[in-house]
Design a protein around this ligand. Structure first.
Ligand SMILES: *C/C=C(C)/C=C/C=C(C)/C=C/C1=C(C)CCCC1(C)C
Length: 270
């Protein structure tokens, strides 16, 4: 990349940040509910903290694309898109929560419908950077994602028995885990990836198993314990919010770590 392109990218990043800052201000101004955050509304506080952490993470991932080699730039951009989309939804979700005390289920699932496929794209990109990956891998991961989220939504929105919906969602998730450990995606990684990529890939796999496990735990705490509705709703939202920190911000940081270490190695060789 030449100097001109670099300064263009820097400008684009700055404009993105200004855009983000303005839109978040607009949301806050348009909806006075946000100003009604009560000092004892701890779930509401987590909505606010995470909104801002997601904004900061977005700025960080976009700006750091300038520091890494070409093949890692796309991965970092996708990480930034995940946190950008999530930050925007969090502005709306926290307003719903603060104004009504209800779970912002619709915004939550719209967010997941966009960000979970983007996270799947990351797997694909990491593998594609080093070898040719059949498109079938990508589509199978997408199908698993759709089943998982559709099941969850039907249960949470009241279209289906919460337990049956939970089981459908779990089956979708199990299929994703099967694909990345024992299916084609896992085999490609084992056969052709260099050690640093294998490390990143295996870390990402653990994110999908351990990090993503926080979501069904949240669902169970929200709908399957028989606790009173107010407590259940607190537990559900606090657990989902925590899960998003792990799976959107920490996940991006893992990719950033691999990207920086690979790029530095490439620079040392040159
Ligand atoms: C950024 C958002 C992410 C990574 C969201 C992930 C969501 C899940 C892994 C949800 C999983 C669920 C099940 C495995 C069972 C049914 C209920 C769900 C949808 C909460």
């Amino acid at each position: 990349m030449n100097l001109n392109q670099k300064s263009l990218l820097a400008k684009a990043s700055v404009f993105t940040l200004i855009g983000l800052a303005t839109t978040s201000n607009l949301f806050a101004a348009a909806d006075t509910a946000g100003g009604d955050l009560k000092s004892d509304d701890f779930v509401g506080v987590t909505f606010w903290i995470i909104s801002m952490a997601l904004v900061a993470a977005t700025a960080f991932f976009f700006l750091e694309t300038q520091r890494v080699t070409a093949k890692w730039k796309t991965s970092l951009t996708v990480s930034g898109l995940v946190t950008l989309v999530a930050a925007t939804h969090y502005f709306y979700m926290r307003d719903v929560w603060v104004a009504t005390g209800a779970s912002p289920t619709v915004f939550r699932y719209i967010d997941w419908m966009i960000t979970v496929p983007l996270l799947m794209v990351e797997f694909f990109l990491i593998l594609s950077a080093i070898t040719k990956v059949p498109a079938g891998v990508f589509w199978r991961l997408m199908i698993g994602t759709l089943v998982m989220l559709l099941g969850g939504y039907l249960g949470e929105a009241g279209y289906m028995n919460v337990m049956v919906a939970f089981i459908i969602g779990m089956l979708g998730w199990a299929y994703i885990i099967y694909e990345i450990f024992l299916g084609e995606a896992g085999k490609i990684n084992a056969a052709s990836a260099p050690p640093s990529v294998q490390k990143a890939f295996s870390l990402m796999r653990w994110i999908v198993v351990v990090g993503w496990a926080i979501y069904p735990v949240g669902y169970a705490l929200g709908y399957l314990t028989g606790a009173n509705p107010a407590d259940s709703s607190d537990m559900l939202n606090i657990t989902y919010n925590l899960a998003d920190v792990v799976n959107k911000i920490a996940f991006g940081v893992i990719i950033w770590t691999a990207a920086v270490s690979e790029s530095d190695k490439a620079a040392a060789k040159a």
